[in-house]
Write a protein that binds this ligand. Structure first.
Ligand code: SF4
Length: 82
């Protein structure tokens, strides 16, 4: 498998980099409602155990892996940078 290539313009995220590239080793996308209810500790590493969450448009999806640059919660989900 090749290196992941995720484009993202959320430039206050800890994983964001030049050229709008995401440098998280892996990310988890879920529904807005699921993202709001799951704990910060649960992220891509446990993604296979999360219930499916159908939505009707991109407006209802979110990046669960987002963490604000400088936040004290950067390491709680175990996600690292590539
Ligand atoms: S973790 Fe999510 S919000 Fe952060 S840069 Fe990557 S795709 Fe964007």
């Amino acid at each position: 498998m090749g290196q992941q290539k995720i484009h993202c313009s959320i430039n206050n995220c800890h994983y964001w980099g030049e050229g709008n590239r995401c440098h998280a080793r892996e990310i988890m996308v879920t529904s807005d409602s699921m993202g709001a209810s799951l704990p910060d500790q649960l992220d891509a590493l446990q993604a296979s155990s999360v219930d499916a969450a159908p939505v009707e448009s991109c407006m209802e999806t979110c990046c669960k892996t987002f963490v604000e640059e400088g936040s004290e919660n950067i390491d709680v989900d175990g996600i690292t940078k590539i």
